[in-house]
Structures are given as C-alpha cells and as structure tokens.
Design a binder for this molecule. Structure first.
Ligand code: MN
Length: 128
C-alpha cells in the first residue's frame, strides 16, 4: 500500500478545520492542520506535507504573506499551495497566484468537489 498523502490545512476557523479534516480523512488522506502561520511553519518542518490548503484570512500573518515566505524555501518547490478564500472581489484570484499559490478553491467549501480538486493538484506535480 502506498504511503498516505499528507495534506496540511492552514485555517483559523475551527468548524472549517473539522469539516475539511472529516472529508479528507474519509478520502484516505493524512490531515494535519494549523491555525496560524507560526503553527503552519512548525507543521511543515515536522510533517513535510504533500499539499497545503491555505486560508487567506488568518490572524497576524495572512495567507498571501505566508505563501510568499514558503515559496522562498526550496523544499516547497513541488508542493502545491491552494488558496481557500471567500474573497471573490476582482483581482483576488490574481493576488493568490502572485503570492505563489498554484490554485484557488472558493469558500464556502463544496465537500463533494474538494477531494477531486485536491487529486487534480497532486497529479499536476506528480505527487499522485
Ligand atoms: Mn480565516
């Protein structure tokens, strides 16, 4: 049996963390979560995630800033970072890409679509 894919979800909202954990665990992923940028950095060093789901609106350091910092780390070169945000103003999507995200999943989270969206991003970088 192949090793489980590890997904790190950076999200300050506990209900969203629970929801995504449930959906992704049912799909067979190993799920790690972090409620802040500081926690995310620790989680990355400890768990080497295969993919990161990144809430944009985080306290202190936001998801754009965190993504830009992570992209400076060569270990993160082939780790997809997917923004998750309810911001749908014109330019928000461009801003996530400029920050270094590989894609964008709009909130509210569609639990029926989420696993398929994650598999697609993993395949793009050959992690699946
Ligand atoms: Mn948030």
């Amino acid at each position: 049996m192949p090793a489980k894919i590890t997904v790190l979800y950076v999200e300050d909202n506990p209900e969203n963390r629970l929801l995504v954990r449930r959906v992704l665990m049912a799909e067979g992923f190993h799920v790690i979560d972090a409620e802040s940028a500081a926690q995310a950095i620790i989680a990355i060093n400890t768990h080497s995630p295969d993919l990161i789901l990144m809430d944009i609106n985080l306290p202190e350091i936001d998801g754009y800033t965190l993504t830009t910092r992570l992209r400076e780390d060569p270990r993160m070169n082939d780790v997809p970072i997917i923004a998750m945000t309810a911001n749908v103003m014109k330019g928000d999507r461009e801003r996530t890409l400029e920050a270094g995200c590989d894609g964008y999943i709009q909130k509210p989270i569609d639990v029926d679509l989420l696993p398929e969206q994650i598999h697609r991003f993993l395949k793009e970088v050959g992690r699946e």
